[in-house]
Design a protein around this ligand. Structure first.
Ligand code: GLN
Length: 442
């Protein structure tokens, strides 16, 4: 399929899959070298940027996020901004105020979240690469549910300039693609120091020289409580890795059990302060009732335009930072974060990577998701949260399909700055694993 065909089909595809919040009407690729899309929490000059939230409706940034600017400079054409959970709050992209992306393998199921639209675009558009963002798993989760590769570089490797904050100490821009060669091709384009983001300033050079993963540690804790479908595909994946001469060893990593609660304390603490800037005066909608006093104006505006999950996280994050509770929750969660980092360092002293399934189950049906409580949803992130807390790079590789043809993914985690090993593994894996292309309906 040519780029012109892709552009000509976007509207039709979006009606069926709802992967884009906004997309180009241009059907001529012009002199574009490649097409790409970006999650709607990355600022872009020529599209509205809403982060899946009604509170930002109408916000048109005046600048491109550095990652988007770099891809454009390399000849990329940004074709659309992808649907996502509001501000990244979610695991299924169902917390989007706009379209909810539909899984390309079964439209009654989720694309995962919160970069669900990006994973959907990567799965159904030929040769496509999409920018996603991960705070606690939002690249690997949707990549796993949509059967594509998803790469999250080390925290700080890619500038966060123009990334609308969820949790500043956790947010990372990553890449999603069906073809892992795209990860190798575009990671160097988006990576690097950026004077606009000091957290990108102290990084060793990115060198993609083909370093290999020769040994993986599989935490016992990670294979408890996963579905049979995932277990079978993951065990087949381990067998295949052994046939590639990769040593597989089961290890105990008790710290991993505490990563998920620590993450939800830290992420919501940061989110609750970040969301304070949306008050109906600075960004996006500004159509509240101006006859009200300051406080009443802000309260009514935020009540009307934040979704339920955003409100829940503001409450939770404010509580965990409050005087009297801070030490018990926020400070404790920071300690757990250090413990998780130490646990990874311990493992990396003897292994190249940590390997787990990416999600504990295949993509669920929307009907089942609507029955899940917030806490039940949070718990499903227990495998993707640890590398995000540690800031270590990680990769989703599709590793199998269940009897209904739904994809299963496995997640490799390497030490800080070792993206090379992940990119090499993705390429090596792709030579022997047949990634299925979903049958696209329009
Ligand atoms: N599901 C996690 C959350 O809701 C992770 C989301 C993300 O990485 N943005 O916080």
């Amino acid at each position: 399929m040519t780029d012109a065909d892709t552009l000509a089909g976007l509207k039709r595809l979006n009606n069926t899959y709802q992967m884009f919040h906004a997309f180009t009407a241009d059907t001529d690729p012009g002199d574009a070298v490649f097409l790409f899309s970006a999650k709607d929490n990355l600022t872009s000059k020529d599209f509205e940027t809403c982060c899946g939230s009604r509170i930002l409706e109408g916000y048109r940034p005046v600048f491109d996020a550095t990652a988007i600017a770099n891809l454009r400079r390399a000849g990329g054409k940004l074709i659309g901004k992808t649907n996502m959970d509001e501000f990244g709050f979610g695991t299924f992209s169902t917390n989007s105020a706009f379209g909810v992306p539909k899984n390309p393998f079964d439209r009654e199921r989720s694309c995962g979240g919160s970069s669900g639209g990006s994973a959907c675009a990567a799965a159904i558009l030929d040769g496509h690469v999409s920018l996603g963002v991960s705070t606690g798993g939002s690249v690997c989760c949707p990549a796993s549910f949509c059967g594509v590769y998803g790469l999250v570089p080390t925290y700080g490797r890619v500038s966060r300039y123009g990334l609308i904050d969820y949790g500043n100490s956790l947010d990372k821009i990553g890449l999603l693609a069906r073809d892992p060669a795209k990860l190798k091709q575009y990671l160097p384009v988006i990576a690097g120091k950026d004077p606009h983001d000091p957290t990108s300033a102290c990084q060793p050079p990115l060198e993609l020289k083909g370093a290999k993963i020769r040994s993986v540690a599989v935490p016992q804790e990670a294979v408890e409580g996963i579905s049979t479908d995932v277990k079978n595909a993951f065990e087949n994946g381990l067998e295949t890795l052994r046939s590639l001469d990769v040593d597989v060893e089961y290890v105990d990593v008790p710290e991993l059990r505490y990563a998920m609660p620590a993450y939800y304390i830290l992420a919501t603490s940061e989110a609750s302060t970040n969301l304070a800037r949306y008050c109906g005066m600075r960004y996006g909608r500004q159509d509240g009732d101006y006859t009200l006093g300051f406080d009443a104006y802000f309260s009514s505006f935020r009540t009307d335009y934040f979704g339920d999950e955003a409100k829940r996280r503001i409450l939770l994050g404010t509580y965990t930072r409050m005087e009297g509770f801070r030490d018990r929750y926020y400070a404790k969660a920071l300690q757990v974060r250090m413990d998780v980092i130490d646990a990874y360092k311990r493992i990396f002293a003897g292994h190249d990577a940590v390997l787990t399934p990416t999600m504990p189950f295949v993509s669920p049906k929307f009907a089942d998701i609507s029955q899940m409580s917030a806490v039940e949803t949070y718990k499903t992130d227990f495998l993707t949260v640890p590398p995000n807390l540690a800031g270590t790079p990680h990769l989703n590789c599709p590793c199998g399909y269940n009897a209904a043809g739904l994809p299963v993914g496995m997640q490799f985690v390497t030490d800080h700055w070792q993206e090379d090993k992940l990119v090499t593994m993705a390429a090596e894996w792709n030579k022997i694993f047949n990634v299925r292309v979903p049958e696209v309906k329009a």
